[in-house]
Design a protein around this ligand. Structure first.
Ligand code: TRP
Length: 449
């Protein structure tokens, strides 16, 4: 199983690829809109605490399991224990992880398709092709089918090339572009009227909101989703890291990058929402709730750009291009999970496996497109609100209780020989053992109650 496993060529290659996975719609769309509707700065503060104190330890566990087992989630989880029953249960969770990664991709590809459609529509507008642009930005089944397929084709194209030439090369190229475009857009939006209202909402916390249970729970869910935890994405990426690397430090870099981009996106989107309001757009619905994420991105933001004249068209193109890139470096990390499993449990080539798996996932996406109003929200909810916390819990329990301490220590020592005397080793085992499972159970109870 371990022969010919591809590897990231450098520490930076891994950091960029894993950050590429983590940074996606969750950061640029989910985080700012959740912040805006959950009290602004209070959410930001709690989110930061959750990301560092809960998501980071789980991320380290997932990467460690991946590098130790050098395998896909099904085989990897089964290797953590010698007990037969524990092995069977672990395999079941491995399959659930693969299924969940595939389901997340099936709806992510639809949204990714919209992003490509909006990017191309801006190019069409710049070229004077108004009719085509209109078709691309108007909801219809043919439009959705065409662009979901395009998004999937781009994803397959990168995955087929493997780890070094595909994932690492593209993420290294796309991530820095993304950060630069975002900083430029943020600076521009800051100069517009209304931006300061968004900025103060973002930065001045309302202390009365800090202990709101719903806020705590949304912030935790957001942190887990944003770091791509639980479904085997980080496990599989972990399996491509060289044994010379210090894993807790790599996990820290990825967490910092992910949080950094979410915080940066907040500096862009929150002010932009209020600039749009200054320009006369409704941003709150009648019951005082902020418009939902999809409408904010596909209605409010384009309206903001179109009120800016010529420069707005260029900015709009950059914005949707940026979001498409962020979505693509996340989608490749989702497809990698079932593809690795297919390659390692049969003898098919990587290319064949990528095409076969992607075809099935595209089939699911099509089903969702045809029954959008019933299926889209349902699939999002099953995959992210139920399956992901269950898998996160499983991961914390296996890393904290089932996997032997000695084996963990031996694995950690590779690339971090002083780990035993480090603060990390004093805190982390207790964290994954007690705090992470309890916190996840709390989220889960909240969801089902
Ligand atoms: N974290 C990515 C985002 O913020 C999405 C993502 C990629 C993901 N892989 C995942 C989410 C695995 C959950 C599980 O958009």
């Amino acid at each position: 199983m371990n022969q010919d496993r591809d590897q990231f060529s450098s520490k930076w290659g891994f950091i960029l690829a894993a950050s590429g996975s983590a940074v996606g719609l969750g950061n640029i769309w989910g985080f700012p809109t959740q912040t805006a509707s959950n009290g602004g700065a209070a959410f930001l503060l709690i989110y930061l605490l959750m990301a560092f104190f809960l998501a980071y330890p789980v991320l380290t566990a997932e990467l460690l399991i991946g590098r130790y087992t050098q395998a896909n989630p099904v085989h990897a989880f089964a290797m953590l224990s010698d007990n037969k029953t524990a092995k069977q249960i672990a395999k079941g969770f491995g399959l659930l992880a693969i299924l969940t990664a595939s389901l997340i991709l099936s709806f992510y590809a639809i949204v990714g398709g919209w992003l490509i459609a909006y990017t191309l529509a801006d190019i069409c507008m710049l070229l004077g092709l108004k009719e085509q642009a209109e078709w691309m930005t108007t909801t219809s089944i043919p439009r959705n089918l065409a662009f979901t397929s395009s998004f999937m084709l781009l994803t397959i194209g990168i995955i087929m090339q493997g780890v070094k030439k595909g994932i690492e090369k593209w993420a290294s190229l796309l991530m820095p572009c993304l950060i630069m475009i975002m900083i430029a857009l943020t600076i521009y939006v800051m100069t517009l009227e209304g931006a300061s209202v968004g900025l103060s909402l973002y930065l001045i916390p309302d202390p009365s909101k800090l202990l709101d249970v719903n806020l705590l729970i949304s912030a935790m869910g957001q942190a887990f989703f944003s770091l791509s935890l639980g479904v085997g994405t980080m496990l599989v990426y972990g399996s491509y890291i060289s044994k010379n690397e210090n894993l807790p430090s790599l996990a820290k870099s990825v967490t910092l990058m992910d949080i950094g981009i979410a915080v940066l996106a907040g500096f862009l989107i929150l002010p932009a929402i209020f600039v749009a309001q200054t320009n006369g757009l409704e941003i709150y619905s009648r019951d005082g709730q902020l418009l939902n994420g999809a409408r904010l991105i596909f209605e409010v933001i384009p309206a903001l750009f179109s009120s800016m004249g010529g420069i707005g068209k260029v900015l709009s193109f950059s914005f949707f291009f940026l979001l498409s890139l962020a979505a693509l470096t996340s989608s490749i990390s989702m497809l990698e999970v079932p593809v690795t499993y297919a390659v390692e449990s049969s003898n098919v080539s990587r290319k064949k496996a990528a095409c076969f798996v992607a075809l099935i996932i595209t089939g699911i996406s099509f089903l969702i497109v045809y029954n959008f109003s019933t299926l889209f929200g349902l699939v999002v909810s099953i995959a992210t609100e139920y399956s992901q916390p269950i898998l996160g819990l499983f991961l914390a329990i296996y890393a904290g209780w089932i996997w032997s301490r000695n084996e963990i220590l031996t694995e950690l020592k590779q690339g971090f020989d002083t780990v035993e005397s480090s603060g990390f080793w004093k805190i982390w085992p207790v964290y994954v053992r007690f705090i992470c499972p309890s916190a996840i159970i709390l989220v889960f109870l909240q969801l089902i109650l």
